[in-house]
Design a protein around this ligand. Structure first.
Ligand SMILES: [Co+2]
Length: 192
């Protein structure tokens, strides 16, 4: 695979179809600037500010853009809020659609055929693979990304975090908890 990618890159560069500096900038953008830390800020704000959570529920695209996160693969955002009764999971059964501005690029498993099919057929088994066991009375609902809509799961706020700053709250928000294959970390786990 490595050789094939390098051969392809050499050809594209030689023919002048791509600019290596532009590619480097793209990669750096998604390695450094854009990533799950953005989504974590959105979740932390929603936990800390009920008015923001309300806005996020009504118009996630605008509420997320207000924090500076917008652009490709984030043009039509929908936030789904986990509750005591319902746990949400996100998948793209067709390919790998993913909310880049808030989560960065998708992990390899998100794009795998196994996740894409099993998330729909056996979501609880998938959750178990991720080490998440939910009580039987919690409903698991799976959202399938469309050509346009990108979902962000807002995990439940862990207990024992009353009065925490948004920075501290954000440290509890994992990437997987915003896909729905994980939960937000408990304070004790996140403590140094
Ligand atoms: Co897709």
């Amino acid at each position: 695979m490595d050789l094939r990618v390098r051969a392809l890159e050499t050809l594209l560069v030689r023919k002048g179809y791509v600019d290596p500096a532009a590619i480097d900038r793209l990669i750096e953008t998604y390695e450094v600037q854009v990533g799950p830390h953005n989504g974590a800020r959105v979740v932390a704000r929603a936990w800390a500010d009920p008015a923001y959570a309300d806005w996020l529920a009504r118009d996630a695209t605008a509420a997320i853009a207000s924090l500076g996160y917008s652009g490709r693969q984030g043009e039509h955002m929908v936030a789904v809020f986990n509750t005591a009764d319902t746990h949400y999971m996100v998948v793209c059964t067709l390919c790998s659609c993913y909310p880049w501005p808030v989560l960065g690029l998708p992990p390899v498993w998100y794009k795998s055929a196994a996740y894409r099919s099993r998330a729909v057929m056996a979501p609880r088994a998938v959750l178990a693979d991720f080490g998440v066991t939910l009580p039987a009375d919690i409903q698991v609902r799976v959202w399938d990304s469309t050509a346009e809509v990108r979902y962000l799961v807002i995990p439940q706020r862990p207990g024992g975090t009353d009065g925490w700053s948004e920075d501290r709250l954000a440290s509890l928000v994992t990437r997987d908890s915003m896909i729905g294959t994980g939960l937000a970390q408990a304070p004790a786990v996140a403590a140094p």
